[in-house]
Design a protein around this ligand. Structure first.
Ligand SMILES: *Cc1c(COP(=O)(O)O)cnc(C)c1O
Length: 395
């Protein structure tokens, strides 16, 4: 798929989906809090209800503010159509349960977001669905499982929290040849750094709560891609009701105007910090796909335009006690379960990405309990490095 407009991503972040104003209309997208939309003419109302003319009916289905956000992500990802959800998990479950029917088989990876792997492990069996979770970077094994039967290939890259890189193009080609639908969670990369649709997937899903919104003040989820698939996912959402609130849609829209600026800065900051940590004597291992030492570096270089703002690391003499002492020493980081905001955020998988999993499950995923996940903000990188340095000195 190709992006229809020739403008650059920075321009599209600002202007994508926005309307030209005429005759004294507001330049900014209005937040339309109305639950329903009125009609005097019953025939026109009927046409709108049946989708035969434009027009909103009820905000669980569509809403003017929400619609503009959907248009912005559609343009940024180069998709045919987009739809939104109240949260990223709403979007992921809407994608899976809106498309799949009893008896179907999903091939995915072990390192999906904690909530996503919970859907596969806990809710799939109840719905009569099967999910095979392969070792994340064992592409041959994933291809073998696709070969055995695959209705949907579900990918995520870079992964949470050890930044594994999955080869989107290679696996999409394989799955498409078997007639499967391919979806990819692009939350960590954002459309600025990676466009899965251009690499061959049918769908892209985002937790808009993270980088898209960027200010840690609104939850939201977005799915975009092929029209016929989005129509089904939209239908599941409009009936089951995980609808995005117009105020959240507005906050995410406002955040997205600076998406390119923020992500470029976060790419630069994260690279500088990863290099600093890699050389630091108290740091054992750094996980950042922009480092040549990273297992997925070559693929990341091919499929990403920037390596993103997420990194993680372990300390020498690793113990949970050391981590507990280290985290509060960071002055320039919220210690919280979130990522992708303008402020730096630090945490451990047990309280953040994999809070839904048991300690045994995290161990089986190869996630050290003492891993520190660091979501780099848009602060000055020298200040962040100095903050990390002084916290490291004290442990
Ligand atoms: C946070 C996150 C989600 C879930 O999003 P919510 O908005 O919290 O529901 C899904 N995937 C990834 C990669 C995430 O980081």
């Amino acid at each position: 798929m190709k992006r229809e407009q020739s403008w650059d991503m920075g321009t599209l972040s600002v202007w994508g989906g926005e309307k030209q104003t005429a005759n004294g209309e507001p330049t900014q997208v209005p937040v339309v809090h109305s639950v329903s939309f009125g009609y005097q003419d019953v025939d026109e109302w009927l046409k709108a209800a049946l989708g035969l003319r434009e027009g909103h009916i009820y905000s669980r289905n569509t809403n003017p503010t929400v619609e503009i956000l959907e248009e912005k992500i559609r343009i940024l990802e180069g998709a045919e159509k987009a739809t939104s959800f109240s949260t990223g998990m709403g979007a992921i479950s809407g994608l899976l349960f809106g498309l799949l029917t009893k008896g179907q088989r999903v091939v995915s990876i072990r390192d999906t977001y904690g909530g996503t792997s919970k859907i596969f492990m806990e809710f799939f069996p109840k719905a009569g669905l099967e999910a095979v979770l392969c070792p994340t970077t064992d592409f041959e094994r994933i291809e073998e499982e696709i070969e055995k039967g695959c209705d949907l290939l579900y990918l995520e890259t870079p992964t949470n929290p050890t930044m594994k890189i999955v080869d989107i193009k290679r696996l999409s080609e394989k799955a498409k040849a078997k007639g499967a639908i391919v979806a990819c969670d692009n939350t960590f990369a954002t459309p600025i750094n990676q466009n899965p649709l251009l690499l061959g997937t049918d769908l892209v899903v985002h937790s808009a709560t993270k980088y898209l919104g960027g200010h840690a003040d609104a939850l939201g989820g977005l799915v975009c891609g092929k029209k016929e698939l989005i129509d089904k996912i939209f239908h599941y959402k409009e009936i089951t009701g995980a609808t995005l609130h117009p105020m959240s849609a507005y906050l995410i829209l406002r955040g997205m105007k600076t998406l390119e600026l923020r992500v470029k800065r976060q790419n630069e900051n994260a690279m500088a910090i990863a290099k600093f940590l890699e050389k630091h004597p108290k740091v054992e291992k750094v996980f950042y796909p922009g480092l040549e030492s990273h297992e997925g570096y070559e693929i990341a270089k091919r499929q990403m335009k920037g390596y993103g703002g997420m990194l993680s690391f372990t300390l020498i003499g690793d113990s949970f006690e050391t981590v507990k002492r280290f985290l509060p020493k960071l002055k320039l980081a919220h210690k919280a379960a979130n990522l992708g905001a303008v402020e730096t955020i630090a945490g451990v998988p047990a309280t953040t990405s994999h809070v839904e999993c048991t300690a045994e499950e995290r161990k089986s995923l190869g996630i050290p309990e003492t891993l520190i996940r660091y979501s780099v903000g848009i602060e000055n990188s020298e200040d962040l490095i100095a903050d990390l340095d002084s916290a490291l000195k004290e442990v």
